[in-house]
Ligand binder design. Sequence first.
Ligand code: BGP
Length: 475
Amino acid sequence: MGFPQGFLWGGAIAANQTEGACLEDGKGLSCADVAHGGKGRFAELTNAARMREIIANPQGFFPSHEAIDFYHHYKEDIALFAQMGFKVFRTSIAWARIFPNGDDAEANEAGLRFYDNVFDECRKYGIEPLVTLSHYESPLTLTKKYNGWESRELIPLFERYVRVVLQRYKDKVRYWLTFNEINATLFAPFLGAGAIIDDPKRNKQAVYQCAHNQLVASALTVKACREIAPDAKIGNMIAAMLVYPYTCRPEDVWLAAEMERKTYFFSDVQLRGYYPAYMKCFFKKHGINLKIGTDDERILREGTVDFLSFSYYMSTTVSSSPEQAQTAGNLFGGVKNPYLKSSEWGWQIDPLGLRILLNFLYDRYQKPLFIVENGLGAKDTPTPDGSINDDYRIDYLREHIKAMKSAVEEDGVELWGYTTWGCIDLISASTGEMSKRYGFIYVDKDDEGNGSLTRTVKKSFGWYRDIIASNGEKL
Ligand code: BGP
């Protein structure tokens, strides 16, 4: 009973939200490096005209440029993760640290050495690195030259990058993920795919072309991994959407099913190896004519992943009636669910939803699952003595771990691990804020970039250490 022995407990971050050292040691700019801080960030990132302006004249505060300076603090930070007893640590490799422009003739040795150091440091403590190959950080040059993933040119460039890093780290990394939240490309094509697309909601041709090119690149990555590191495991990563109909009105139920397909078509392709029939109908209905290479179908068929990983923060509720009050969410919002509480950012908290989702995914694919993001973004206020009593975060995580435990113990779901998002405070992907904190470790820095970068453990730090030590029993 309980979690299996060897269950991979840990935490997750991404390069662009933590490393800083934006142009250090030869790194090039990535898409994330032209994303401003502030609540208007997501709207700006999805406004094509505005993004063209910013790229032509990058001015203002870009929080990724320093972030939490993990680049220079990684030893201290990994030592703290080790104190919590992490079995696994998820981070990403910034493509632009390895190939600063994405299409350079040679890989950047200094960038490669940095990740050698990070993975060696993890191994020193017996922590398995879990590495995302693309986490919202494609090289900006590729946006300027090709409009990012809208072009097939990126497929061989990505494959080359992936082959370099697989070769380099094959003895240090045993768990890999292809594209972070690959379904984000539909909602935020600049962040997800480095593509500037006018009116992405209408321009379905362009966003689905980006998605297709990434799916092919993901499958090629799986094939490269099997060839170069045959003992490693490689998974996909989706922002999992659990979509409830607001009422039992069939129109609401159907709308929820249609919304879910926007996510699960990605995992259908990545786990089954072909486009589901409903997507082919969707393409036809909307006049979408994808440029598909002659080998693409074979590549997709041969490049199915070993396991499915996903982020889960909240459930979403949809209504076919336009009068329902709206709420915010990860990638897309929905209507307010009257049975759920919300985070300070309007994300609706739903631990039982995690159990429902784990069952849904396991039934659908019958493949091992890995929760690689889950957590509560909240404002933390240090008390006068400097301690941070984040009971709200503990409550959120406890309830989600309980739900996860029920799915494993009572429903028989095969779950490999759990990495909480932002195990150390980092900059938010959707808002660029530091004040939307997820960590067990507080980083002294504010939304304007001021602060000493000092690390302080929060109350949740000791709580999570006990969870890991008891393999999820001491809840
Ligand atoms: C996911 C991303 C992460 C992360 C997280 C929390 O969508 O994969 O990069 O940031 O959401 O979102 P936010 O930072 O907007 O609170």
